[in-house]
Structures are given as C-alpha cells and as structure tokens.
Design a protein around this ligand. Sequence first.
Ligand SMILES: [Zn+2]
Length: 61
Amino acid sequence: MASAPDSGDDVFDEFLSDRGHETERVGWERNYNKLQCPDCMALHDESADDCSVCGWDPSPA
Ligand SMILES: [Zn+2]
C-alpha cells in the first residue's frame, strides 16, 4: 500500500553525525490521520512505535 520513499536521508543523517551535530529528537509528524516519520517521511499507522523504514524512534535516547 504505502510505497517506500527514496532513501536519500541516510546520507544526510550521516552528514549531521559526522559534524557532531546531535540529531534533534522530535515526535512524529502528523499527516492527516497518519504518523509521518520526520526522518524519512514515511507514513505509518498511529499505532506505530518506530519507523519500519529507517528505524527512527520517537522516544528520547
Ligand atoms: Zn523513517
């Protein structure tokens, strides 16, 4: 049903990590009645605990 977006964010995430810039922890984005991963923009049901596409987790480190 939901198609996986192009995974271009991995590189960007590594870019931030390499610079020692701590990735800001945020909650799910809202997209209609879905939860949207702020990292890879994948949409998930509201019951999702973490992103099954990129592994992003909304809970604090
Ligand atoms: Zn994701």
